[in-house]
Design a protein around this ligand. Sequence first.
Ligand code: TTP
Ligand code: MG
Length: 397
Amino acid sequence: MIQERYIAHVDMDAFFASIEQRDNPSLKNKPVVIGADPEGGKGRGVVSTCSYEARKYGIHSAMPISQAYRCCPNAIFLPVNMEKYSNVSEQLYEIFYSFTPDIESISIDEAFLDISGSYHLFGTPLETCKLIKEKIKVQTQLTASVGLAPTKMVAKIASDLKKPDGLVEVKKENLLSFLQPLEVDKICGLGKKTKSVLEKIGIKTIGELAVMQKIDLVNLFGKNGLYFWELANGIDERAVESEGDVKSISNETTFRKDTSNDREIESELLRLCEKVSMRLRADNFKGRTITLKIRTEGFHTYTRATSLKQTTNFADVIYDEIQKLYKNCAINKKIRLVGVKISNLVSGDFKDNLFEEQNEEKMESLHVAVDKIRDKFGDNAIHRAGTNQEKYQERNK
Ligand code: TTP
Ligand code: MG
């Protein structure tokens, strides 16, 4: 069994409009439209967004502002104040990072958070999402809607279901029954064209799509057909991809030949942990969150993360966690690539447990000495007992 993933999709409610309503209480409960100047119905721009009160009049994002004006001439029309919204967005992302480093930013008000490795610090995954919402409410006076699910697609669909101020959890065992009644265009990437082709052959819901023959879908839509079939069946291994600017150190290896030999895999993981640990010390960093990446034959990629109570730059500590993560995965396919990442970095001068300081310093000087020997005599000069010396094709990030 592969360890369950918990992905939260957070999306702020009527983001620009809610900020304006927050900052000017006289706008509360009123139709507020943010966007171009309507110029008494002659304006040429579009609506950026509008409050939920304005949505009742049929106004929505990207609608011509002149049309919005016709829908509700009494609405309050305001210009876009991007600087203000960007500042709130920064505040939001800071809140997200206080829950997990595994964040994929989708837009100014929307992100995926992989909380699989960190929720235990806050309670259950659902309790973690409640806390995320609460913290946003307390610190920004704004509401967010959150979807919690084992896959990105379902988390995103779920966050949209009970807007505004919604929280919807879809558990692994309910994934398929949750998807079945939904219309096919809820599938990400499935647009109007595909929808109308499917409609012509009598397919309206995701459940109907899920029981189609894969080959028929491939004939209709090429490679995308397979992708839609997988998503319709709840198969969505896409990982939450953290931004490049999130500080992390990682190394990965592609095996020359796909392998399911645990000894070979674990020994390669140990080697990667040692490399990551050396790089941490070379750059004077310690990290808290450790991520294992595994790509299997067929290019499915799994990432599993865990967060330590205390930061580290020691290979042994990192490897212990990586080994646990690997053992929990129990992947029954051959493995093509393995990777080790450490993130949530702090400067190495930082000590977060004074009692362990002395012992840590000793350990650290030992590691530094080993690094020096390796610098001088090469990577293979010192190895732990049990480290496989086989050479693999390697890619350093
Ligand atoms: P969204 O999250 O799509 O919309 P929203 O937050 O206003 O409303 P919802 O409750 O449905 O999530 O977009 C976030 C912000 O991005 C939105 O407040 C304004 C801006 N935006 C545009 O400027 N133009 C657009 O076409 C869209 C969709 C959004
Ligand atoms: Mg939003």
